[in-house]
Design a protein around this ligand. Structure first.
Ligand code: F6R
Length: 243
């Protein structure tokens, strides 16, 4: 694993955006695995800037997002479909038909998970998967468990995740209890992984995930076994690691 330590969130966002942009430049038809949450917002801003400066072209790029709340319509401003359009897709020249997010409105979980796995397969797999890190070590919505889920699955959100995400909703009661997420197997099959982590509140879990034992109790720890992972993290997030 390669670790890039940055001074702060701003530098993290710029350096991580450069890694994603390099992939788009190297392979204009690449498949980007994308994430939502607060971590990638700065990175997406940098990609938009590079696009506006004429340095990036997304016209042949395809994307597949990690996850989506089950039961939220696309036009709900807390859906990940909405987030991706608001924070990235509406500001670059990616084609709508080339963007993919699990369909939270499909209440048939088995059918939706099957569809999404097939879709990723049909895309030829993910070239670079962007990830954030949950406080409990989750990646996508793969919460701590007694096994690593392989394909796309429907998960019950952990209490800690509901707590962390309630800031985006009117109250904790409004946070959906379930989500569709790519599995750990799907994430591990990505040719490259780029994980970004910022803030003191993530220092403990960064140490556990990247320097502790590999266990499904800390889902992100499996990334230690991936052959091409870059962790871009700020000083705060790395403050408990001996580097
Ligand atoms: C988002 C996702 C989640 C987040 C994680 C960190 O698509 O899959 O795993 O990456 O919860 O969230 P933030 O970045 O808000 O701290």
């Amino acid at each position: 694993m390669r670790i890039i330590k940055t001074k702060d969130y701003e530098e993290l966002s710029r350096k991580a955006a450069n890694i994603l942009a390099a992939e788009v430049i190297r392979n204009p038809e690449c498949v980007l695995g994308l994430a939502t949450g607060s971590s990638p917002i700065g990175l997406y801003k940098n990609l938009i800037k590079m696009y506006n400066d004429g340095d990036l072209d997304f016209s042949n790029v395809k994307s597949a997002n990690l996850d989506e709340y089950r039961g939220l319509p696309r036009d709900n401003d807390q859906s990940y479909y909405y987030f991706m359009h608001d924070n990235l897709f509406n500001h670059i020249n990616i084609k709508e038909e080339n963007t993919n997010v699990p369909d939270g409105t499909n209440m048939d979980a088995e059918a939706e998970c099957k569809r999404y796995d097939q879709l990723i397969k049909d895309l030829g797999g993910v070239d670079i998967q962007l990830l954030g890190l949950g406080h409990d070590g989750h990646i996508g919505f793969n919460e701590p468990a007694d096994h690593f889920a392989v394909g796309t699955n429907c998960v019950d959100l952990a209490e800690q995740t509901i707590e962390a995400n309630k800031r985006f909703f009117a109250s904790a009661d409004d946070v959906p209890r379930q989500a569709y997420t790519m599995g750990i197997g799907t994430i591990m099959a990505a040719r490259k992984v780029l994980i970004i982590v910022s803030g003191k509140d993530k220092a403990e879990i960064v140490k556990k995930a990247f320097f502790g034992p590999v266990t499904p109790e800390v889902p992100a720890s499996i990334l230690q076994f991936h052959k091409d992972v870059v962790l871009v993290a700020d000083e705060d997030a790395l403050s408990l690691c001996d580097l």
